[in-house]
Design a protein around this ligand. Structure first.
Ligand code: BTN
Length: 321
């Protein structure tokens, strides 16, 4: 109901009377007034005038589900949003919800993470109100062996949305980092739950440094991270950015489900900053160096080693050298 009242206020240029809202939604005027007050307590600024009704003045700069869902053009992604002011990790929470049966497209989003997780056991800094820290529950009917492809699907979706929003020339570093000028802006952590050869669920966790400042990071990270604000020189609106990302992610995901990995691979190749670079790969405690030559049809990075042989890398970490 709160969502529907907000939508009516949003759609109206000026004031909308309490009786029109109550008529449209088939609830009493007292119920309307109560929901308006709930919205106000959440930070929505709503003016009211005796003979005219209510008017939306401003929306809080928070990732509140009702605000994100205004104008959200998706079928499933973000149709259910679970919001936290603070939480340890949205991936942990999304996995908990997914094991309890949460629907595909459920999004867990927070203003701040106190135990944000990165790949390979690293932590992910997620200061309050300064980024997009969120996770999506997916339930694709694919083999668990193909699940690393979802990281590439997500990277393509996020980079397309960010490029459209900011105009920045961001590049994908295989498999899951988005870089600007060689510095990390986005990290993606994909986690899988599977049994008997089928995927139960996949949680894609995405961390985007939107409005973080250099001082938010410890000294040792300052040369290797950056944020959209640092690069563009201005604060970015997290609400509209999240909306756009959810839309673009859903697009890429639907293409993947319908047509397989091949069209995603074609896009990935265009957006990659990895191919043609010399890389160092660490796999089961062994390190190799070589030239990143291609991405194969499964999403593996194909590296030409110094003896001329081709080495496919399915998962792991590469360093651009
Ligand atoms: C990496 O580059 O190592 C991946 C970082 C992924 C961070 C995101 S933030 C939202 C989600 N919740 C987490 O705990 N991690 C992911």
């Amino acid at each position: 109901m709160k969502q529907r009242i907000l939508q009516l206020l949003w759609d109206e240029e000026g004031y909308i009377s309490g009786s029109r809202i109550s008529g449209k939604l088939n609830i009493s005027r007292t119920a309307v007034w109560k929901q308006i007050n709930v919205l106000r307590s959440e930070g929505y600024e709503i003016d009211s005038q005796t003979n005219r009704g209510y008017r939306l003045i401003s929306i809080p700069d928070l990732l509140l589900p009702e605000a994100v869902k205004l104008e959200l053009k998706t079928e499933t992604f973000g149709q259910e949003i679970v919001y936290f002011d603070t939480i340890d990790s949205t991936n942990r929470k999304a996995k908990e919800l997914a094991s309890g049966g949460a629907a595909e497209g459920t999004v867990v989003v927070t203003e701040e993470q106190t135990g944000g997780r990165g790949r390979l056991g690293r932590s992910w800094l997620s200061p309050k109100g300064k980024g997009l820290w969120f996770s999506i529950v997916l339930r694709p009917q694919i083999s668990p062996l193909d699940s690393p492809q979802l990281t590439l699907v997500s990277a393509v979706g996020v980079v397309k949305a960010l490029k459209a929003y900011t105009g920045l020339d961001l590049k994908i570093k295989w498999p899951n980092d988005l870089l600007y000028g060689g510095k990390k802006v986005v990290g993606i952590l994909t986690e899988l739950a599977a049994e008997f050869g089928r995927v139960d669920y996949i949680v894609v966790g995405i961390g985007i440094n939107v409005n973080t400042d250099l001082e938010d990071y410890p000294e040792e990270l300052r040369d290797i991270v950056c944020s959209l604000k640092m690069v563009t020189g201005r604060e970015q609106n997290r609400q509209s950015l999240l909306r756009l990302i959810l839309q673009q992610l859903e697009q890429s995901y639907l293409v993947y489900l319908r047509e397989g990995f091949s069209p995603i691979r074609t896009e990935w190749l265009k957006l990659s900053g990895t191919l043609g670079s010399r890389v160092k790969i660490t796999e089961s405690a062994q390190a190799f160096q070589g030239l990143a030559e291609d991405l194969d049809e499964q999403g593996r990075l194909i590296v030409r080693l110094s003896d001329g042989s081709l080495h496919p890398v399915l998962a792991g970490e590469i360093i651009l050298i």
